[in-house]
Design a protein around this ligand. Structure first.
Ligand code: NAD
Length: 258
């Protein structure tokens, strides 16, 4: 059904995995979407009046303001950014505090925590002036568990939940809702980066070994498709979840009960 008819959204990490599945689902649901990614625009989604793309590295100081400016020029008839999905993220390599390098730490925190906070800042200013909106942050099982990844990724995803709850609390009178999903293992490029041969060594997208305990990376058994996470994002982004804010929704086929 077209639960996002007339809504305009920004989705980060739009070129791959959960972000790409969310772009497709949002467009099918009636939304107008600005996709954002470090990588090039996804070839699976044609550019047109319902989809535009802004290529930017989210760790650049000017990224958040450039995204909001790109939205305004892509969709001049849309006064509000109704929906923000902070989805872009990178893995660490399961380093603990004793093996963590400053480089991995800085990059993981910059992409997974600082960038979503800064983008929420720019978007909340616009939502406040236009009657509110809905923000969905993509955290992780590692946002509540200490046993799912390295310290940088774990701290970044815990931190993102803190930012989600604080934003939900501070802007509830502005009709801005802010929620998070916590996926378990999802078949995406992050999971594929376990295969070192296919790994992009220019990025820090590496797979924490713990995921391998739960997922057979050859078959993908135990991991969900990205569409499953996208469905949960759609629910939290849309008016179907009216009244829900500051919530964290596990999307992990029951892994969260451990
Ligand atoms: P993915 O690698 O398939 O997609 C991530 C996208 O983010 C890529 O297109 C990448 O180019 C983009 N990106 C990375 N760094 C960027 C930057 N600096 N600026 C702009 N774009 C950048 O991975 P995915 O699994 O779809 O990940 C999406 C989110 O889901 C992440 O936040 C990840 O932590 C989270 N997550 C994934 C899993 C899983 O098992 N795949 C589990 C839990 C949480």
């Amino acid at each position: 059904s077209r639960v996002l008819e007339g809504k305009a959204a920004i989705i980060t990490g739009a070129s791959s995995g959960i972000g790409l599945a969310t772009v497709k689902l949002f467009i099918d649901s009636g939304a107008t979407v600005l996709g954002v990614d470090l990588s090039t625009a996804p070839s699976a989604v044609p550019l047109g009046e319902n989809f535009q793309f802004h290529q930017v590295n989210l760790t650049e100081a000017s990224a958040a303001s450039s995204i909001v400016a790109a939205f305004a020029s892509a969709f001049p008839s849309k006064a509000n950014i109704d929906i923000l999905v902070n989805n872009a993220g990178i893995m660490d390599n399961n380093e603990g505090v004793d093996t963590l390098t400053d480089d991995v730490y800085q990059r993981v925190i910059a992409v997974n925590l600082t960038a979503p906070i800064k983008l929420m800042g720019e978007v909340v200013k616009i939502m406040k002036q236009n009657g509110g909106g809905s923000i969905v942050n993509v955290s992780s099982k590692a946002g509540s568990s200490g046993a799912s990844a390295g310290v940088a990724y774990t701290a970044s995803k815990h931190g993102l939940l803190g930012a989600t709850k604080n934003t939900a609390w501070l802007y509830k009178e502005d009709s801005i809702r802010c929620n998070a999903i916590s996926p378990g293992a999802v078949r995406t490029n992050i999971a594929n980066s376990m295969d070192m041969a296919r790994m992009d060594l220019s990025s820090s997208m590496k797979m924490a070994p713990v995921i391998a305990c739960h997922v057979n990376t050859q078959t993908g058994a135990g991991a969900a498709g990205p569409e499953v996470a996208a469905q949960a994002i759609l629910f939290l982004a849309s008016d179907l979840s009216k009244g829900i804010t500051g919530a964290v929704l596990p999307v992990d086929n029951g892994w969260s009960v451990i």
